[in-house]
Design a protein around this ligand. Structure first.
Ligand code: AMP
Ligand code: MN
Ligand code: MN
Length: 352
């Protein structure tokens, strides 16, 4: 077993650099962690706790970080608990703690415990400096492509969202309406409102328990997941209109260059949902959406139906994710990128 894989089983320090070869071969088939992380036990001695998640935080990342932040503050009232994230979309501003998120990443004394949520240390962006300086680091994630980082790795690829993982680690008696809302929003964002295959019966049971806390869940679903601004809808329309099918219609790709993004005055956060819409098209097994981030550089989102393992493809190109939803950043022209991707997609399709 590789050092990386071992850390998924063992509660031990694991620092990984380089060697991503086994990920390129196959990021699937990881097993369950064999211990239950005791959040309060791990934090009880800490005077200062930091929490962060991945760059361009999505609903799951925001929900998991703010759910954990609220829980630790409530259970350990003497402890100083901070959350650092790149500024999340305003749609999440009703989650308790949203205004407490620090997006400036100031210099800080080392944290006694630092949580890395919904990613590995390589996707923390500016918050990586806190991870490096912290005394104890805890990685809670569900990405199959994450080899794990820190003192304690708690990675469960079978679980649909990091927010669901955080829910599992909380003492039920300490749950309240605000924590429930944070966790629920995280879960709906990563499961597409309980629609993707990462939704388990247990996910639904947890969803049922969470809505009993009485927050306005239909409005949260509508306003954070489905609702688009007019410009977001227009840019989605344009991406759909300009999409191109390939591999006999089994794949579809659309791209937005910087000029188009400037024209609509949209940022990456405004493009959420486009790739899912492409994947919804009948006959499509794999959808690719790309937007330009710099000259000859694209951010790539991949979604698949049942046959293509997009985590394997994204991992090959230095990114990662899940079997049905993954992402990476690629260099080159749009045509270079899609040519390279299509080779891998075709191979995946031939396997099934
Ligand atoms: P996106 O297409 O950006 O929505 O990403 C789809 C899924 O893949 C999400 O769960 C992301 O967190 C994950 N993901 C995207 N990019 C990466 C990356 N570079 N490394 C690991 N996971 C990623
Ligand atoms: Mn995420
Ligand atoms: Mn997630």
């Amino acid at each position: 077993m590789s050092e990386r894989a071992k850390c998924l089983f063992q509660r031990k320090k694991c620092e990984f650099t380089g060697d991503v070869n086994h990920l390129r071969k196959s990021p699937v088939g990881r097993n369950e962690v064999n211990f239950m992380l005791n959040l309060l036990e791990e934090c009880k001695e800490a005077g200062r706790i930091g929490i962060s998640g991945h760059i361009r935080p999505d609903g799951d990342c925001v929900g998991a970080c703010l759910g954990l932040w609220q829980y630790l503050k409530k259970c350990l009232p003497q402890t100083h608990v901070r959350v650092f994230l790149e500024k999340p979309a305003d749609i999440f501003n009703e989650i308790k703690g949203f205004d407490e998120i620090d997006s400036e990443f100031p210099e800080e004394e080392p944290f006694d415990v630092f949580f890395v949520m919904d990613c590995g240390a390589d996707r923390l962006g500016e918050a990586e400096k806190y991870f490096k300086a912290a005394v104890k680091t805890i990685n809670i994630d569900h990405h199959i492509s994450n080899p794990g980082c820190g003192t304690i790795c708690y990675i469960k690829p079978q679980v649909g969202s990091s927010s669901e993982l955080v829910y599992d680690l909380m003492e039920e008696g300490m749950m309240d309406r605000d924590i429930a809302m944070a966790i629920y929003i995280g879960i709906i964002h990563d499961t597409g409102v309980f629609q993707y295959s990462n939704t388990s019966p247990a996910t639904m049971e947890k969803g049922a328990k969470l809505i009993r806390y009485g927050f306005d869940f239909p409005r949260m679903i509508r306003e954070t997941f489905y609702q688009k601004t007019y410009l977001q809808a227009q840019v989605m329309g344009r991406a759909l209109m300009e999409s191109i099918r390939f591999l006999d219609g089994q794949c579809i790709v659309s791209v937005l260059d910087k000029k188009a993004m400037d024209f609509y005055n949209v940022e990456s956060q405004d493009l959420d949902g486009i790739v899912n819409q492409l994947r919804n098209i009948k006959g499509v097994e794999c959808a690719v959406f790309m937007y330009q981030t710099a000259t000859l550089e694209y951010r790539v989102s991949l979604r698949s139906g049942e046959r293509v393992n997009v985590a394997a493809i994204a991992s090959f190109f230095g990114g990662g994710g899940h079997a049905r939803a993954a992402g990476c950043t690629m260099k080159g022209t749009f045509h270079d990128c899609i040519n390279n991707l299509s080779l891998h997609i075709e191979q995946e399709l031939l396997k099934s």
